[in-house]
Design a protein around this ligand. Sequence first.
Ligand SMILES: Nc1ncnc2c1ncn2[C@@H]1O[C@H](COP(=O)(O)OP(=O)(O)O)[C@@H](O)[C@H]1O
Ligand SMILES: [Mg+2]
Length: 299
Amino acid sequence: MIKALDNINLTIKEGEIFGLLGANGAGKTTLVKILSTLLLPTDGKAYVHGYDVVEEADNVRRVINLVSGGETPGYGILTVRENLWFFSQIYGIPNAKDEIDRLLRDMELEEYADIRMHKLSTGYKQRLNLARGFINDPQILFLDEPTLGLDVLNAKHIRNYVRDWVKNSNKSVLLTTHYMAEADEICDRVAIIFKGKIIACDTPKRLKESIADKTSAVIEIKNNGIKIDRIDGMEGLALENHDGITRVKVLLDEQSSISRLVSYLTNNGYNISSIKMNEPTLEDVYIKYVGMSLDDKQS
Ligand SMILES: Nc1ncnc2c1ncn2[C@@H]1O[C@H](COP(=O)(O)OP(=O)(O)O)[C@@H](O)[C@H]1O
Ligand SMILES: [Mg+2]
């Protein structure tokens, strides 16, 4: 039997955006479906807002909502406003009109309110989808690749809105994504999922620090057309000369060494034109951990 998820053990806190970061097929949607009661787990226990997702599924459904990327939000022949009204009535929300007006405003959908949903662009369809996800004021919002296929501005709008909502309401978001930069930007903590297993879980900052020995820097020096092939007193540098610039690449062992390097170069008469620190990204973290787990399998 193939296990889509294997020995997952996670706790998501209030006021937190928790990111589940993984490639296609890693098991992200499977986990979201189990937690949102759309799929029964074959084994194991999961609780949402204190409710057992199998034994108390009705209670779970009352406190959650789910928005997935790349899905059609509701009914194409209904207008934007009618779609939100329809879903508000499924939840039996009293005085939904005010709430719908607020969501239309927040999602910058007011001018499209009376347009049939099928006429919206992909980005605005997803704004409607997100508005639908907030209609029952969920305690926990599941966002399964919510910015899939969106352009930069639409994706940014959605990320900003979600981040403000979590911070102002002390609610929780479980966000899945394969966009590393997205997880880095808005997630308080991130778990990397690979072949159904969690292989790392921490804040983006600490995950990056855990591979920080790989920090490198590139220093550009103006060389007035005279190539520099070595710098006396400095070992382990890679030097490249282009168009009057010498590019010095160096691996940094500790954060402080960049300042030592810069003062050394300055004191020895080199004219520094730029310094670029290549700090590790979540992508580097992902590659490091996923690579490690592949090695584990082979041994
Ligand atoms: N309905 C299904 N039946 C059988 N296997 C499935 C089904 N849905 C997903 N899978 C498999 O489970 C694994 C995890 O899939 P999924 O949770 O959709 O990954 P992700 O959302 O991270 O891309 C994959 O190997 C996928 O092929
Ligand atoms: Mg998925």
